[in-house]
Write a protein that binds this ligand. Structure first.
Ligand code: ZN
Length: 313
């Protein structure tokens, strides 16, 4: 084993739809009762995490990426590629869609597009997500959007704790109230808002981006069966691959005894979502997010804990 584990200090975001569970059910000091997002592993300018301890304590992840690329496999990429968030949705989030890299590059000043995926950490009875839509073709989509036929258009599907959903660019989606989600995504903050339930913030509706949304929404949408994976009861003490796409790989890891592996990716991100244990000689517990740098070598995790693990593609 070489190098040290990079533990991160999260950045919190208050949102009109946010709740207080990140401070109640998770070991975080939150800025207020409407804290919607914990940016747990992020080098994005809108929320750049700092290193918690060790050699690089206090440095931002973006600076570490620039100055110590060897920690991340010397890939030559211009920015840290991933972003991991925990989302506490007390109320419904707006209906949105993200562009792909090509569209974002041309229309959003060289930003990356956004592919993201969700692991459902907790759900209220009867919770649901919006994933996809019911329009058969572009004309139907356009008229349903313009006429505001949201109930007809949007596809709402029931979800429960342990479900996993990959959201490709062009997929209409929304997290609904009563869900806690761990999101792994491309390092981008480009979101087009399609519909916001006519809510007001400070007396005004939030901006919608209908033209850009219509440009990027995929028609027809993927089927429901292709959209959801049950990731609750997977084999223990091994990495279970949930998705591998052009940007990331994401695994679920349930440790009940002992798990051992070699860190052979450019780097790996681990988020402890339940329980506690030891990683080599470091104590880890629910709410910890850390990076195993390039060349870290062998790791051994013992205890009773659940993790979501990711690595760049
Ligand atoms: Zn999204």
């Amino acid at each position: 084993m070489s190098g040290e584990i990079l533990f991160l200090n999260p950045v919190f975001k208050q949102m009109i739809w946010g709740g207080d569970r990140l401070g109640k059910d998770w070991p975080y000091q939150i800025p207020g009762d409407n804290t919607g997002e914990c940016w747990a592993v992020s080098a994005h300018p809108n929320g750049d995490c700092t290193i918690k301890k060790g050699t690089y304590a206090g440095q931002t992840l973006s600076k570490l990426w620039e100055e110590n690329p060897e920690l991340f496999g010397n890939t030559g990429k211009d920015r840290f590629p991933l972003l991991v968030k925990i989302i506490d949705a007390k109320d419904d989030l707006s209906i949105q869609v993200h562009p792909d890299d090509n569209y974002a590059k041309v229309n959003e000043n060289g930003s990356l597009g956004k592919t993201e995926c969700w692991y459902v950490l907790d759900s209220r009875e009867g919770a649901s997500l919006v994933v996809g839509h019911n329009a058969a073709n572009k004309d139907e989509l356009t008229s349903m959007v313009r006429e505001g036929k949201w109930n007809e258009l949007l596809r709402e599907i029931p979800v429960k704790k342990g479900d996993f959903i990959q959201i490709e660019p062009g997929t209409v989606h929304a997290i609904k109230g009563g869900l806690m989600i761990l999101e792994t995504q491309q390092n981008s903050d480009i979101t087009y808002r399609v519909y916001d339930y006519n809510r007001l913030t400070n007396g005004k509706p939030r901006e919608l981006h209908l033209e850009k949304s219509l440009d990027v929404i995929t028609v027809p949408a993927k089927s429901v069966d292709e959209s959801i994976l049950e990731a609750d009861k997977l084999p223990e003490n091994k990495l279970n691959l949930l998705v591998a796409c052009g940007y990331y790989k994401v695994w679920k890891l349930d440790v009940t005894e002992k798990f051992e592996m070699q860190q052979d990716q450019d780097f790996m991100i681990m988020s402890v979502i339940n329980g506690e244990g030891m990683l080599n000689d470091e104590k880890i517990c629910k709410g910890d997010h850390f990076i195993l740098p390039c060349g870290y070598g062998g790791i051994s995790i013992q205890g009773n804990l659940q993790l979501i693990v990711s690595a760049p593609a």
